[in-house]
Design a protein around this ligand. Structure first.
Ligand SMILES: NC(=O)C1=CN([C@@H]2O[C@H](COP(=O)(O)OP(=O)(O)OC[C@H]3O[C@@H](n4cnc5c(N)ncnc54)[C@H](OP(=O)(O)O)[C@@H]3O)[C@@H](O)[C@H]2O)C=CC1
Ligand SMILES: Nc1nc(=O)c2c([nH]1)NC[C@@H]1CN(c3ccc(C(=O)N[C@@H](CCC(=O)O)C(=O)O)cc3)C=[N+]21
Length: 305
């Protein structure tokens, strides 16, 4: 293995430390405590895990965490009413509605009902438009975390060939916008892309956000390229034995085949311990940023895009 392992877990801890310092300063000098409201509809086990760790890390950073757990049958009207309440609550500076939402709820409508100034996910159409036109916005947490790691590892990204595999609104598209903003030459690949291996082989930077376990093999990677693996896939791991209930144990893998990619890449993020922890750290950072903007205070340095 030749690649440098980009330690997202450690980087995220550093960011959370900076967030914590800023939160302490806000409290001491202005008597303000940033607050993050997380809304979860339904009982998806993975979502529950994420929401729990978001709440825990929010509190560890000295902020207020408000968790709203609604049952899977909650009506769209009730969800919109909750968002309206949170929009008007001065103690709440950030609002995150955990996705995916149950099928009977229109996700776009819900996201666009969040006050854009409190949209710490950066999914509201206003924030999408601001990002796309290079204006100050709330930047989606996962792409922001990826960008921070890329900048930290490479310095300037100007002129580099970047390939983003995946075109979702929450990862692929905003990632491509951020890379374009860094003056990369950006290609967005997806399920209809022809000759994906050849497209990926051109890239100095590969961001894989597909949701297919270990789909990208080392043979697709240009030697020395930087590989950011966004994928979080839980797969069966019979080699780890079985759980108490007799079900087979599982493990997390990314969208890249780690061993073979690490053999050719210059640097790579692991799964777990790469992009995932950075996503949550950036969520906390966005909450502090939103709080500062809401109060007309200078924004924290090094925590925005
Ligand atoms: N680490 C983190 O913090 C986060 C991790 N994730 C993870 O990232 C992954 C992607 O998430 P998300 O963007 O929400 O996923 P989506 O399912 O919304 O999007 C997946 C994208 O991958 C493309 N795709 C699917 N199959 C192929 C293929 N065979 N070849 C090329 N492209 C393909 C799809 O193309 P098309 O549009 O043509 O269908 C689509 O654009 C998931 O594993 C998810 O769990 C997500 C959010 C945060
Ligand atoms: N409105 C909304 N915003 C999101 O940002 C959002 C969302 N909905 N829905 C789901 C995805 C997924 N996501 C992750 C966050 C942290 C980890 C994470 O911390 N992962 C750990 C491992 C966690 C584990 O063990 O399961 C790691 O990679 O090391 C992963 C995935 C945020 N998402």
């Amino acid at each position: 293995m030749s690649a440098t392992i980009i330690d997202g877990k450690a980087f995220a801890a550093t960011i959370r430390g900076k967030v914590g310092e800023h939160v302490a300063r806000l409290r001491e000098t202005h008597g303000i405590t940033p607050g993050l409201a997380v809304v979860l509809v339904g009982e998806d086990p993975a979502s529950q895990v994420y929401v729990r760790s978001k709440g825990k890390q929010t509190i560890e950073a000295g902020m207020n965490s408000y968790e709203h757990k609604l049952d899977a049958g909650t009506s769209q009207a009730d969800l919109l009413a909750l968002i309206d309440t949170l929009n008007n609550d001065a103690e709440v500076h950030g609002i995150l509605v955990q996705l995916p939402l149950p099928g009977h709820i229109d996700s776009d409508l819900v996201i666009n009902s969040i006050d854009p100034a409190k949209d710490v996910d950066g999914f509201h159409i206003s924030n999408v438009g601001l990002l796309g036109t290079g204006q100050k916005s709330m930047v989606p947490c996962t792409p922001l975390g990826c960008l921070m790691m890329l900048r930290d590892h490479l310095g300037s990204l100007s002129g580099l060939d970047a390939v983003v595999v995946g075109r979702s609104n929450i990862v692929g598209k905003p990632m491509a916008q951020l890379l374009l903003g860094e003056s990369c030459t950006v290609t967005i690949a997806h399920s209809r892309t022809r000759d994906l291996p050849d497209v990926v082989r051109r890239a100095d930077i590969v961001v894989a956000a597909v949701g297919r376990p270990e789909m990208v093999p080392g043979e697709w990677i240009k030697p020395g390229a930087t590989v950011i693996d966004v994928g979080i896939n839980r797969i069966d791991a019979p080699e780890r034995g079985t759980n108490e209930d007799g079900s087979v144990k599982t493990r997390l893998v990314g969208d890249c085949h780690f061993e073979s990619c690490a053999a050719v890449a210059g640097a790579i993020t692991p799964v777990p311990g790469g992009v995932g922890p950075m996503t949550i750290a950036c969520l906390l950072a966005n909450t502090v940023t939103a709080c500062c903007r809401a109060n007309g205070l200078p924004e924290p340095e090094g925590l925005t895009a």
